[in-house]
Design a protein around this ligand. Sequence first.
Ligand code: PNS
Length: 182
Amino acid sequence: MTPYADDLAPDRERNVRRAVCPGSFDPVTNGHIDIISRASQLFDEVVVAVGINKSKSRARLFTAEERMAMLEKVCADFPNVTVAGFEGLLTTFCEEHGIPAIVKGLRAVSDFDYELQMAQMNSSLVGVETVFIPTSPEYSFLASSLVKEVATFGGDVSGLLPPDVLTRLTERLAERAREDDD
Ligand code: PNS
C-alpha cells in the first residue's frame, strides 16, 4: 500500500538516511528508474515524490493518481522505495517528512544550469542538500516529453519505458487521438 505523504513521519532518532526523488513522471521512463534504483543503493529510504501542480494538470497526459500508480508498480522491486504526491514547495515536503537530501539525475550539461539554480534555492530555503547522479549513458537523451512526442507520431519507444507504462501510454494516446477526431 502506498504510504501517502501524511504517513511519512520524520525519523531522526533511527538516523535513517532518507532522500527524495522528485519529478513530474508523466510518465515514468527507464531513465527515471535508473536514477531511482541507484538512489535506493545510496540511501536507506527513498521517497519518489510526484509533483502535483494543478495549474499544469491540463498539460499532463496522466493524472497525478495515474502517474503514482505506474510508479508504485515499477518501484515494487525496490523494498526501500515508496511513492508519494506533493503540492507546493518541494522543500516543505522535505521539512515535513524529515528528508535532508534531494536526488536528481543529470543527463547533460544542459540540465546542469537550472538544476544548480534549484539546488541552491532549495538549500537557501531550508538547508536541504541536492545529490546529482549522472544518468547512465544509454538514457542521456531520454525525457518523458520526447517519449510522448515520438509515440504520438507512431515512433517506437518500447525500449524506453517499462512494458506496463508503454501499454498505458499507447492506450492514452489512442484515447486522445479519438477525442481529437470527435
Ligand atoms: O520532472 P520535472 O518536471 O523536471 O520535475 C520538476 C519538479 C517537480 C522536481 C520541480 O518543478 C519542483 O521541485 N517543483 C515543486 C515546486 C518547487 O519547489 N519549486 C521551487 C524549485 S527551486
